[in-house]
Design a binder for this molecule. Sequence first.
Ligand code: SF4
Ligand code: SF4
Ligand code: SF4
Length: 379
Amino acid sequence: MVKQAESQRYIKLLRYTVYFFIISGLIAGFLMGVVRKNASPEVKVIIEWIFIIFENGIRSITTIVGFYLTIRFIKTSKGKISKFRLISFASFSISFIFLYLILPFILRFTEFYVALMPFPWASLPFQAPITGAHLTVSLTKILDWNGVVITLWVFYIYQLIALIGTIFLGRRWHCSMLCTFVGAHAEAFGEALPLIPHNKKRPRSKAVHPKMRTILFLFQIFMIVVCLALMAAWGMYFFAGTVIIPVKILISIERMKYLIFELYLMIFFMLFVGARSYCYYCPAGTLLGVIGRIAGQQITTGLTKCNSCGLCNDVCKMSIDIMSKAKAGEPVRTINCVGCGVCVETCPTGNLQFTTIFLTGYRNRKARSLLRTDYRNEP
Ligand code: SF4
Ligand code: SF4
Ligand code: SF4
């Protein structure tokens, strides 16, 4: 009883953290996207600083606080937390501290957040060399064109890190260890979301309603088409100098896409549909999911016996039907799995394991070397 009250206290604190994060995000986004357009130069500077403080400071700190509260909640309610999830939390926190607090401080450049997005998400590599900006963010303001060069370098290095890691660890690498956009926020705040449970029979279920999943799937197609069209338009301009759509209109479309689908709808869905709602239609996630499948990503089932409790389905924020596969003893292979490991941690019988070709090879090598050590130590 005492433990339950304590764990509920952590959930309450987590909810307050979410409110603070959301309200400050809405204000910063509104100021930057709407008010800034017609503001005087002095007010513009203030608005830009407010946005920078939100992007670099508030996002980092609230997310790290969210991880702490989630760990406390899981420890008090379940008794322990898996190493698999702790690695996710630690990796996300290090990404935030390094990329949003230390790196901007060392390089005296505060706009890296525009570069920390996997490829289909951003037209940055084409837009920045043409306009010196991305979305509404000027990259030339402080360091002149060096700002563009630094941002592009950060962007390309980040793409390489995301791609190589995904080949080894599947979608887990980016979506559950590195993504400082929705991935980190979803894992930090997910235990307190959605704010209104939508499954009356299983109120603690994180699965998204099937009708809503259809809507999110349509969004996924829409986002892929829009991102590809935008990149094609920028690319034609960048490589051939052909202007299909005037730059001003392209920037407006990008800004609207960002504000509507990547900020306001993302926040709305996060609060009322599910913490990882954006991940259902994220273009980068779609591509990483395909690479993850090629890397052999899957949830192995059948390590023990499934007792059909359904807890794995309840905790999966990507609404994947793990139980029916577990009952049949078949692996769960889908591009939608973000590799968070919550199902693995939750299964009471220890029936599940997240793996990729690389991880399976690594575990096999480790098991063989342990066997050899045991054999040598035998009297
Ligand atoms: S799907 Fe997109 S937003 Fe979600 S964690 Fe992956 S890269 Fe980040
Ligand atoms: S199947 Fe498991 S690891 Fe994959 S997204 Fe769902 S809960 Fe996370
Ligand atoms: S949580 Fe484990 S035991 Fe329960 S349904 Fe899922 S796989 Fe089966």
